[in-house]
Ligand binder design. Structure first.
Ligand SMILES: Cc1ncc(COP(=O)(O)O)c(C=O)c1O
Length: 387
């Protein structure tokens, strides 16, 4: 029986063995600068172009529309700052959602504060989804961008991206999609979905940390965020993270081979986990469920439980889960996503996020479910004794 369970894959996933093996030569012997004219440099450059093909193929884009970045946050900042400030240096308008990752929200806040932008944060309904008529109603003459994520990191909810793409196109507005939690899990065709730009990050699907990409249909649309030697066609200067890019390419290749089977794998893991809870525990509820939730994420509230206490005790048994988004877990603020969902403060404080990854096995899920049930019961018992 498994005695370790890593169920925080929306925070990050372990690097796939094949990714590591593919990267190793570029951390050691193939160390050339990709801009150099000699063979060591050329090897690195060829490896970068091969990785670009793999990433492009994963989202059905052309190779030359992929810009490598240091991850999802940089890809998001590059497009929000680079596109909006080029189109409207002052007083533009952006439509986004109240549940975006801070990488989008903070960039919008910056434009609001420093460039007189106004930002519309679309609310979500009880299914965790935006309403399309609200999106249409919010479009103004000065709307420069619609930025809506594909899969939410805390809830796993999937937004109606195809319809958002159509609305954006019909109104001639740039559509940016933060697909960091979706790439590698679902099939994405940027052309069919009418997405103008998209962010992705390697460490969310078996690749290394610190590398990601921005897909951008029209590269002349943006100003660069990082200036210098002119790498990535001048849109992201700095000597390339060759090993990281190679790792991202390999992770993309592996993700493409598995994503069709992955969803069914997650459906089975989810069923197993929930069936254990249903059989053995009272006083818990999924914060959001149904057809709009991608099956790898479960956000659950446990009555009379403090999420921190539960996560800390589970850690003691080598079970890793998260209380809200890991990216914001260093701040004592309550999850803005659960708040947007309309949950009470009490419910937010008793909510945890469990997320499966490509490598998650049944035995891990079983161990986690049994340990969690036991721990919740223990914590409830302790709180009764305290009274
Ligand atoms: C939806 C979403 N966007 C952006 C990011 C940031 O990506 P990165 O960690 O590569 O900067 C994350 C990370 O959790 C995310 O979940």
């Amino acid at each position: 029986m498994c005695r370790v369970a890593y169920l925080d894959n929306n925070a990050t996933t372990p690097m796939h063995e094949k990714v590591l093996l593919k990267m190793l030569p570029f951390l050691k012997d193939s160390y050339g600068n990709p801009s150099a004219l000699y063979d060591l440099g050329k090897q690195a450059n060829l490896a970068i172009q091969a990785a670009r093909k793999e990433v492009a193929s994963l989202i059905n884009s052309k190779d030359n529309k992929i810009i490598f970045t240091s991850g999802g946050s940089e890809a998001n900042s590059t497009i929000i700052m680079g596109y909006c400030l080029r189109k409207a240096p002052k007083a533009g308008h952006i439509i986004t959602t109240s549940i975006e990752h801070p990488a989008i929200l903070k960039a919008c806040e910056f434009l609001e504060k420093e460039h007189d932008y106004s930002i519309t944060y679309l609310p979500i309904n009880s299914d965790g989804i935006i309403e399309l008529n609200q999106l249409e109603n919010e479009i103004r003459n000065n709307t420069v961008m619609i930025s809506i994520m594909m899969i939410n990191n805390e809830l796993g909810t999937i937004q109606p991206i195809r319809s958002v793409g159509e609305i954006s196109k019909r109104n001639g507005i740039h559509f940016h999609c933060d697909a960091v939690q979706a790439v590698g899990k679902v099939g994405i065709d940027v052309e069919e979905l009418k997405i103008d730009s998209l962010s992705l990050s390697a460490h969310k699907f078996g690749g290394p940390k610190g590398i990601g990409a921005l897909y951008l249909f029209n590269k002349s649309d943006i100003m660069p965020l990082i200036h210098g030697g002119g790498q990535e066609e001048g849109l992201r200067s700095g000597t390339e993270n060759v090993a990281g890019i190679v790792g991202l390419g390999e992770a993309a290749k592996l993700a493409k081979e598995r994503y069709e089977f992955l969803k069914e794998h997650f459906v089975q893991l989810r069923k197993l986990f929930l069936s254990k809870l249903e059989e053995q525990l009272d006083g818990w509820e999924l914060n959001v469920g149904g057809e709009f939730v991608y099956p790898s994420t479960l956000n659950i509230a446990f009555d009379d439980i403090r999420a921190e206490a539960l996560a800390t005790m589970l850690n003691f048994y080598n079970v890793s889960i998260s209380i809200g988004s890991a990216c914001s877990s260093s701040s004592p603020k309550q999850s803005h996503v659960l708040t947007a969902l309309g949950l009470s403060n009490e419910k937010i404080r008793s909510s945890v996020r469990i997320s499966f990854g490509y490598q998650t096995e049944e035995s891990e899920v079983l161990y986690a479910a049994e340990t969690l049930i036991h721990t919740v019961m223990q914590l409830r018992q302790l709180s009764i004794q305290k009274v």
